[in-house]
Design a protein around this ligand. Structure first.
Ligand code: PEP
Length: 251
C-alpha cells in the first residue's frame, strides 16, 4: 500500500518568527495513520524548527533545493551532506528552479543522484506549461522529463523517489487541474514507470499532485486512484487550512 504524503513548500516565505507561529498552528494536527507530512521550509529555518518538528508525530522536514555538488567553491549553495543532519527529503526539479534558475533535465538528474547517494529521498517535480497542454504535447513532455532525469536509476533507487506532478499553469495561479486531468497524468506516469521497471515497482511509488491545491479541492484530488497526496505551496502557509488538508487525507 502506497503512503499518502502531504508535502508543504513554503518557498521563500516566513521570517523565523512567522515560521515558528506557523509550525505552532500545526502542533495539534493529527496525521492519519500511515500518512506523512513533509515541511519543506527555507534552509535557514531547518535548525531552529527541527526539535519541534521531531516532536510532532507524522511530520518531517524537507529542503526545497540542493547543490548538485557535494562540496567545494560554490558560493551560496548548500550540499546534501549539510542537509542530511536536518532533513530526509529534498525537492528537486521544481518548475520555479527550472524556469528562474535554468535547471535542465541533466542538472535535475545530477541532483537526484546526489540526493540518493546521501541517503535522502528526492521529491522529483515534473509538469508541463499551458501551451504544451493546449497543443496536446503534455504527455510526451512529461515522458521526456522522466526519461532524462529518473529512468537511469536502478530498480532499487527508483523506489526511493517520490514524484510530484505539478502542471506549471496551475502553480500559484489559482487554476487547478481537474480531478480527471490530474488522474490521467498520474496514471500515465505510473504506466511509464511500469514500462521501464515493473508493475510492482510502479504501484509502490507515491505520486503527488501540486498546483493550487487547497482546502476546497484536496479531498477530491487525493481520492483519485493514482494520486497519493499533494505538494502544496500557497495553502501550506495557512496553518488552519493546511491542517484540514492533512487530516482529510485518507491513508
Ligand atoms: C508548489 O510550489 O509546489 C505549488 C504547488 O504551489 P501552489 O500550491 O501555490 O500552486
Amino acid at each position: 500500500m502506497r503512503k499518502k504524503i502531504i508535502a508543504a513548500n513554503w518557498k521563500m516565505n516566513t521570517t523565523l518568527e512567522e515560521a515558528k507561529n506557523l509550525l505552532e498552528s500545526l502542533k495539534n494536527v493529527v496525521v492519519p495513520e500511515g500518512a506523512e507530512v513533509i515541511l519543506n521550509v527555507p534552509f535557514i529555518h531547518l535548525y531552529p524548527l527541527k526539535s519541534m518538528v521531531d516532536s510532532m508525530s507524522g511530520f518531517s522536514l524537507g529542503a526545497q533545493h540542493c547543490s548538485e555538488y557535494e562540496s567545494g567553491a560554490y558560493t551560496g549553495e548548500i550540499s546534501v551532506n549539510m542537509l542530511k543532519e536536518y532533513v530526509k527529503y529534498v525537492i528537486v526539479g521544481h518548475s520555479e528552479r527550472r524556469d528562474l534558475f535554468d535547471e535542465d533535465n541533466e542538472e535535475v538528474k545530477a541532483k537526484v543522484d546526489v540526493i540518493l547517494k546521501a541517503g535522502l529521498t528526492p521529491i522529483f517535480c515534473c509538469g508541463e506549461s499551458r501551451m504544451l497542454r493546449e497543443t496536446e504535447e503534455h504527455l510526451g513532455f512529461i515522458q521526456h522529463q522522466l526519461a532524462e532525469s529518473l529512468f537511469h536509476l536502478t530498480s532499487d533507487d527508483i523506489q526511493k523517489v517520490i514524484i510530484a506532478y505539478e502542471p506549471i499553469w496551475a502553480i500559484g495561479t489559482g487554476l487547478t487541474a481537474t480531478k480527471d486531468e490530474a488522474q490521467e497524468m498520474h496514471a500515465f506516469i505510473r504506466t511509464e514507470i511500469e514500462h521501464h521497471y515493473t508493475l510492482e515497482i510502479a504501484n509502490s511509488i507515491s505520486i503527488l499532485y501540486g498546483g493550487s491545491c487547497n482546502g476546497s479541492n484536496s479531498v477530491e484530488l487525493f481520492a483519485q486512484a493514482d494520486i497519493d497526496g499533494g505538494l502544496v505551496g500557497g495553502a501550506s502557509l495557512k496553518g488552519a487550512e493546511f491542517g484540514r488538508m492533512v487530516m482529510g487525507v485518507e491513508s
